[in-house]
Design a protein around this ligand. Structure first.
Ligand SMILES: NC(=O)c1ccc[n+]([C@@H]2O[C@H](COP(=O)([O-])OP(=O)(O)OC[C@H]3O[C@@H](n4cnc5c(N)ncnc54)[C@H](O)[C@@H]3O)[C@@H](O)[C@H]2O)c1
Length: 269
């Protein structure tokens, strides 16, 4: 039988590819033989990453803004001109913003609504708009895989993280909605799923999880106490789920939120 996990030669578009998770994922996918297109707004880091990836395989970096449809349309045309098609879209651009998080001495009444809107815009519309732009290419192939980036905060609201949690919860619902939309109106083999990473210690949350001396905050200790695996995740621990979701091994899997959290969501007492 063929290797169900073979992704050699697949053209994978990765938004937010210069981020902590994005960079790691890009390296992994190139090592597996995929042609990886990194889309991000940071040009110098993107060019550097492109050069590193091209030492291992085939990659392209393009500047984008996931909130600007016309920029993404130009990206799409450039990708198709270079690689002929697009097989996979990984919607990794996203993240939290300080204003959308409620400080310990503040309440919901102090919430910065502009910051809240920006977080929803980036995480939700920054996934919806690239999907609108790249789906027509996959629809032409009658096949494709999309992976959205959700979060533990979508499943279990986390204290303080009001804006990001709401935005990622919307991603969960939207992912399920899109599974039917894509299969019924475009192709039964056009799939969309979400990865739900648990807690990683990255720049996104370093200030919440570590003190200035590097020791864990009380919040971080609580997270670990609620994680059966007893630790934070490493970025590499997301690779297997992403690989599975974009390969033929998951050909009958769509509309699923795939949780990678060391058991956090399953833990009660
Ligand atoms: N790191 C974590 O602990 C964690 C946990 C759960 C989910 N996630 C999600 O995984 C995804 C990746 O996380 P990360 O830690 O790599 O984040 P990151 O902040 O390190 O990277 C995000 C990337 O997105 C890019 N970006 C932001 N706005 C953009 C825009 N308008 N257009 C194009 N690019 C834009 C940034 O330049 C950055 O390179 C995000 O959606 C995040 O919410 C992360």
């Amino acid at each position: 039988m063929k290797n169900l996990f073979d992704i050699n030669g697949k053209v994978v578009v990765l938004t937010g590819g210069c981020g902590i998770l994005g960079k790691n994922i890009a390296h992994y996918l190139v090592e597996q033989g995929a042609k990886v297109v990194v889309l991000d707004r940071i040009e110098d880091q993107g060019k550097e990453l492109e050069a590193e990836l091209n030492k291992k395989g085939e990659a392209l970096f393009l500047v984008t803004d996931v909130l600007k449809k016309e920029v993404l349309e130009q990206n799409r045309d450039d990708i198709v001109a270079r690689f002929g098609t697009i097989d996979v879209l990984l919607n990794a651009a996203g993240g939290n913003m300080a204003g959308a998080t409620i400080a310990p001495d503040k309440t919901f009444l102090d919430l910065d609504l502009d910051a809240f809107k920006k977080v929803v815009e980036l995480n939700l519309f920054g996934t919806v708009i690239p999907t609108q732009v790249f789906v027509p290419v996959m629809a032409k192939n009658e096949k494709g895989a999309i992976v959205n980036f959700c979060s533990e905060s979508a499943l279990r609201p986390l204290t303080r993280v009001v804006g990001y949690g709401a935005a990622k919860a919307a991603i969960g619902n939207y992912t399920k909605y899109m599974a039917t939309e894509l299969a019924s109106k475009f192709s039964p083999s056009l799939r969309v799923n979400a990865i739900v990473p648990g807690f990683l210690l990255t720049n996104q949350n370093r200030a919440l999880l570590t003190n200035e001396d590097g020791s864990l905050t009380d919040r971080a200790k609580t997270i670990i106490a609620h994680t059966p695996a007893g630790r934070f995740a490493e970025p590499e621990e997301l690779f297997g789920t992403i690989h599975y979701l974009i390969s033929d091994a998951s050909s009958f899997v769509t509309g699923v939120l795939s949780v990678v959290d060391g058991g956090f969501d399953a833990f009660s007492i």
